[in-house]
Design a protein around this ligand. Structure first.
Ligand SMILES: [Zn+2]
Length: 274
């Protein structure tokens, strides 16, 4: 009989479920894929592996390839434990949301950019005071990697059957609200927002909310600066993105079947703890 092949990989634990009497199936995101792995005996109190396979840990894994079932974790050594995400309920809720979006938008092969994004976001959630800002930035980055980047630079509206395409430069002194259409896939200039106000799913968007969304999409988190993210704008951005994300997940049956009951609970109901 051929020996099982061993391979080594680094991964972040995104989900875990009990299996059998003492085993666990862990869902891990690595730089190349999202994969389910079987960890034998980790629910036994004396298991040496269990502390290294906690939710949100980054772990060095030695894995043995199995032909007919999940690959098996032979060794695990956590390099970043992120205990705060398991001990602090609020931070943990945001971290679960981060994991949930990966699990819903991605299956099988992924890539290094997604891995780096998830790693960076979980580390930010462990330390940052502005949790809402972190997840809103994360959503924009994740959607781009998933191929669902909303158009926020040019108006996606149309009037008299002509595409608008106006460049969007929101300013605080703008007197008319912008808009957002999940179905059209992005933001609307004030004129289109008004003209399409009766269209299905069209939402109003304040200049401040559009400006923040553009920032989240264009910049790395570290480049966002120390500007205050006003709570009113936080709620607005959260609501718009929740609609947009639900719109796309519902269109993708492969991901839809993974959806749970706690749909984006972290977007609307929790305002940052700082
Ligand atoms: Zn327009």
């Amino acid at each position: 009989m051929a020996q099982p092949k061993l391979y080594q990989v680094e991964g972040v634990v995104l989900a875990r479920r009990d299996f059998g009497e003492a085993d666990r199936v862990v869902t891990v995101l690595t730089p190349v894929e999202r994969v389910d792995l079987l960890a034998h005996g980790v629910r036994k109190t004396r298991s040496r592996k269990s502390g290294h396979l906690e939710l949100f840990c980054t772990t060095q894994l030695l894995i043995s390839r199995a032909k007919s079932s999940w690959d098996v974790v032979s060794q695990a050594e956590a390099t970043t434990t992120r205990a705060a995400l398991r001990e602090d309920f609020n931070r943990g809720t945001y971290a679960r949301y981060v994991a949930e979006l990966v699990l819903r938008f991605f299956e099988g092969e992924t890539g290094e950019p997604l891995y780096r994004l998830v790693e960076a976001t979980l580390s930010l959630l462990e330390a940052e005071p502005h949790l809402e800002r972190v997840v809103r930035w994360y959503e924009q980055q994740l959607l781009a990697l998933a191929g669902f980047r909303p158009e926020l630079d040019y108006c996606v509206g149309e009037r008299d059957s002509e595409a608008c395409g106006a460049a969007l430069h929101p300013r605080p002194q703008d007197s008319q609200p912008y808009g957002f259409s999940p179905e059209r896939g992005g933001a609307l200039c004030p004129d289109c927002s008004y003209a399409l106000r009766a269209e299905r799913g069209v939402l109003l968007l304040s200049p401040s909310a559009l400006s923040w969304l553009q920032g989240f999409q264009r910049r790395h988190y570290s480049e966002l600066g120390d500007y205050e993210f006003p709570s009113r704008t936080q709620r607005e951005v959260a609501r718009v993105m929740e609609r947009y994300i639900i719109h796309h997940l519902e269109r993708r049956p492969a991901v839809l079947r993974l959806m749970g009951d706690h749909e984006v609970s972290a977007t609307g109901s929790h305002v940052g703890d700082g």
